[in-house]
Design a protein around this ligand. Structure first.
Ligand code: B3K
Ligand code: ZN
Length: 850
């Protein structure tokens, strides 16, 4: 990343903290508009720091008083905090500030949501609560006292009890300020217990708004399973007597791993059969696990500085992916994870926002909570595990936890445990952390006299600020199939370290079909001109389920690209192959469903860009629709049979098997609805007793122009369920005729339930419009204008969210000159907004850079 101005912070400039903190005591007197925060902090000079300057971060704080060792001081105030003279010996800093939570619409620091007090401190929100060295390498135990007449006042660690309106909490585990949390409000509590492997009891509580207590059971179960899993798989036990989760409606992301007090976006914790989709249940399970796993990878061992963010996020995503694979099935989870990686991270890596897993500079760290840090970061851990093997990975992780417990660490510390336990050299592997961009691996091959010759070449394209790339370590799991689909060579691992490497496989009966990058063993783009015949064999016979899926995607992309570039008709052999997979009752229904949905429209656009074409999202949408119709038309009988066979009877359960059946039945319904009248979708909508039946049925009705009445009915039924109303907003703009999307979104902007202040609602409407390619990229540019108008309004309220949503423009250079000009103009319009936030300014300037 190349934005360079006075606000840019560089990894190379890291300096250890000047002062360390031995203890923090905070005392809050909660008031919606005038909360008082008194802090008492024991500082001591850091012997590892050569400088003596004392500086405390602080933003939007009204300092009422400050003392050092009990003597009043008058600090020098700066733009970002304060400084003053301090003694060389350990000293006690005391201050009192006043803040206004009700005026805090940024949802960072202490803010109000539906009458409750709530905090979000990662990355740099604590400085909006009090003056403090707000950096992750300053770790300290915190004692917290809260005065409030609200029924509940929570903070991190162990509860010390409540007397009158005073609640006390003590967190014995030293932590950085970004893990601080406080919540105050009126709640219903859903409680349970867990006993750790060593027999320690833990109280588990989920705090929710009244009316939501019947939507907590699934999250609670997921929490208990996560706790047991982390003990069994990583040997990590929970370390407090209580684990609290609070659900909040207004929250910028999914959830936050504050020590002992996780705060969750209500969409990431609340679920009932009637109101949540199967996909919501899966997401909740993964996020509960993710936040819980942070207790060790993030909290007990944290990051030295924010450049090391992937140290905790990449590792924790990898751990939650392993967990989901264990509880829900490895093959389908891997496909879903890779599909998300390609959809978000590859897209990021191929555009102006590309950055390394460990960035070298930033202006606003909140702009770097990206798919690259999270999902690509997880892929790096996965590759490490593939390279060293499962047992060595476990040994390395044990050493990591032993050696670094209680510390703030770096990527170097992380790799060192692998070096020390395996005696391998990871210096080349480390390039994955510093080089941005998705490597391309091209394939050359030949066959003669029973020997197959394979040459793999790697190169990584230039990315902003990084013109030349060095070869990386790329683990390529591969096998060979015979022409009849039987296995010629079972899975083995090739490890690329050079630009080009050659391999040979002898003793073969005939020319084999290679199955490369099995299980997606590295986050690269594989370029091989595979024939249709080979893909059909891989789809039908590969022993690697990921590559069967991959073959189906490649077939689908090739057909769509042929339709788009050569005005070809839909290829019947593709539909036949998919119908065969769909009807194959030996295959997992969830796999069939994921394998037989067409490649997404954005995936097709990305593939066209790889081939040097300019994608037209409207044409892609039309081809997609035509191909779906063709498949539906040629397979109506199979699809109807499938729909019947996989419609789940009996009470709803969100287990993986039932979800798989519903996914397959809903896929069948989606195809059927394209060629049949709306009868089946209407029937399903009317009879549905759970959201996973109701909402897809509604989607089909809207998509085929039969939805008006059902849309109204759905609203009346669910008007008091805010998470369902989010779905209602999204569905209307993402499933409608794309030429109507802007008109529909414009009307919805005036709906009384729309608000800029709730991130879920903003994403539901504006995010959905921008993430629906044919709607967002209508040739008149109407959606660009609408989205930008809303972003400009949002920036004053919530810069973090606004900056995040500007990423919908990250692909602007892909398109034709008209669309490019309109998207550029849209970005320039944001850039010209008076008082644009630092968050959004950084994003827009990166998006616009050459
Ligand atoms: N660590 C938080 C994300 C914080 C985002 C700050 N902008 C949630 C998570 O990754 O688990
Ligand atoms: Zn995380």
């Amino acid at each position: 990343m190349t934005v360079r101005d006075t606000q840019t912070i560089f990894l190379a400039d890291y300096q250890p903290p000047t002062f360390l903190v031995d203890h923090v005591a905070l005392e809050f007197t909660l008031h919606p508009t005038a909360t008082r925060v008194r802090s008492t902090v024991k500082f001591r000079k850091n012997p590892d720091s050569p400088v003596t300057d004392f500086f405390l971060h602080g933003e939007n704080l009204n300092l009422l008083s400050a003392y050092i060792n009990g003597v009043a001081v008058s600090p020098i105030m700066t733009d970002s905090g304060l400084t003053c003279d301090v003694p060389e010996t350990p000293f006690i800093w005391q201050s009192e500030v006043e803040i206004d939570p009700s005026a805090n619409t940024s949802l960072s620091g202490l803010y109000m949501s539906n009458g409750m007090f709530c905090t979000q401190c990662e990355a740099e929100g604590f400085r909006r609560i009090t003056y403090y060295p707000d950096r992750p390498d300053v770790m300290a135990p915190f004692d917290v006292t809260i005065h409030s007449d609200l029924p509940y006042a929570l903070s991190n660690g162990e509860p010390l009890g409540r007397e009158g309106d005073t609640s006390r909490w003590q967190d014995p585990w030293p932590k950085p300020a970004y893990l601080f949390a406080l919540v105050g409000g009126t709640f219903e509590i859903f409680s349970d217990h867990f006993t750790t492997a060593s027999g320690k009891p833990v109280d588990l509580n989920i705090y929710v708004r009244d009316g939501d207590q019947d939507k907590c059971a699934f999250a609670m179960e997921a929490l208990k399973i996560s706790m047991a899993w982390d003990e069994q798989v990583y040997g990590r036990e929970y370390d407090l007597s209580v684990f609290n989760i609070v659900a909040v409606d207004d929250f910028n992301m999914g959830a936050m791993e504050n020590k002992g007090l996780n705060i969750f976006n209500s969409s990431a914790v609340l679920a009932s059969a009637e109101t949540a989709l199967d996909a919501n249940f899966e997401r909740i399970e993964a996020i509960i696990a993710h936040e819980y796993f942070h207790n060790w990878t993030g909290n007990r061992i944290t990051c030295r500085d924010w450049f090391q963010l992937s140290l905790k996020e990449g590792l924790t995503v990898f751990r939650d992916q392993q967990f989901s694979a264990d509880v829900r099935g490895a093959d389908v989870r891997r496909i879903e994870d890779v599909s998300a990686l390609r959809g978000r991270q590859f897209r990021e890596d191929n555009g102006p926002l590309a950055h390394p897993v460990r960035p070298e500079s930033f202006v606003e760290i909140n702009n770097f909570y990206t798919a690259t840090i999270y999902e690509k970061g997880a892929e790096l851990i996965r590759m490490l595990r593939i390279l060293v093997g499962d047992a060595a990975y476990k040994t390395a992780l044990d050493l990591y936890f032993d050696r670094h417990d209680g510390q703030a660490c770096t990527i170097e510390d992380w790799l060192q445990v692998f070096t020390d336990t395996t005696e391998q050299d990871f210096s080349q592997f480390k390039l994955w952390y510093s080089q941005a961009g998705t490597p391309r691996v091209t394939v050359d091959e030949s066959f003669s006299d029973g020997t197959y010759y394979l040459t793999l070449r790697q190169s990584t394209p230039a990315t902003p600020g990084q013109a030349d790339k060095r070869p990386m370590v790329i683990p390529v799991a591969m096998g060979l199939l015979n022409e009849d689909g039987s296995e010629a060579v079972p899975t083995q691992l090739l490890i690329l370290t050079e630009e080009s490497q050659s391999y040979s496989f002898d003793g073969l009966q005939g020319r084999p079909i290679p199955s490369l990058l099995r299980g997606f063993s590295a986050p690269v783009i594989l370029q091989r001109s595979t024939t249709k015949a080979e893909r059909l064999i891989l789809l039908a016979f590969d022993t690697d389920m990921f590559n069967r899926y991959e073959a189906s995607r490649e077939l689908g992309r090739a057909v769509l690209i042929d339709m788009l570039c050569n005005t070809a008709a839909p290829d019947p052999s593709y539909s036949e192959a998919l119908l065969q997979v769909l009807a194959d009752e030996t295959l997992d229904p969830a796999f069939r469903a994921i394998c037989c949905a067409l490649p997404s429209q954005d995936e097709v656009a990305q593939a066209l860009v790889e081939l040097g074409h300019t994608p037209d999202p409207v044409a892609i949408h039309d081809a997609h629709h035509k191909l779906s119709q063709h498949l539906a038309g040629s397979g109506l009988y199979v699809l109807r049979r499938l729909y019947k066979a996989h419609s789940v009877n009996g009470p709803y359960t969100p287990d993986a098997v039932s979800c798989g059946h519903r996914a397959l039945a809903n896929l069948a319904l989606r195809y059927i609805s394209l060629v049949d009248d709306a009868a089946l979708a209407t029937e399903q909508f009317a009879a549905a007793d759970n959201m996973t039946l109701q909402m897809p049925a509604l989607g089909n009705l809207v998509r085929t122009g039969h939805g008006d009445e059902a849309v109204q009915k759905f609203y009346s039924q669910w008007r008091h369920e805010r998470l369902v109303i989010d779905k209602w907003f999204s569905l209307q703009v993402s499933s409608c005729d794309p030429t109507q999307a802007v008109a529909i979104a414009t009307a919805l902007l005036s709906h009384p339930d729309f608000t800029l202040k709730n991130p879920n609602r903003f994403r539901a409407l504006i995010g959905a419009l921008a993430m629906t390619p044919a709607a967002f990229h209508q040739p008149d540019g109407g959606a660009y204008d609408l989205v930008v108008d809303q972003l400009i309004a949002l920036d004053d309220l919530n810069p973090q969210l606004c900056a995040r949503i500007t990423t919908v423009f990250e692909t602007w250079k892909r398109y034709d000159s008209n669309r490019q000009a309109m998207m550029k103009a849209a970005l320039l319009r944001i850039a010209a907004k008076p008082k644009l936030s630092r968050d959004t300014r950084e994003m827009v300037s990166r998006l616009l850079q050459a």
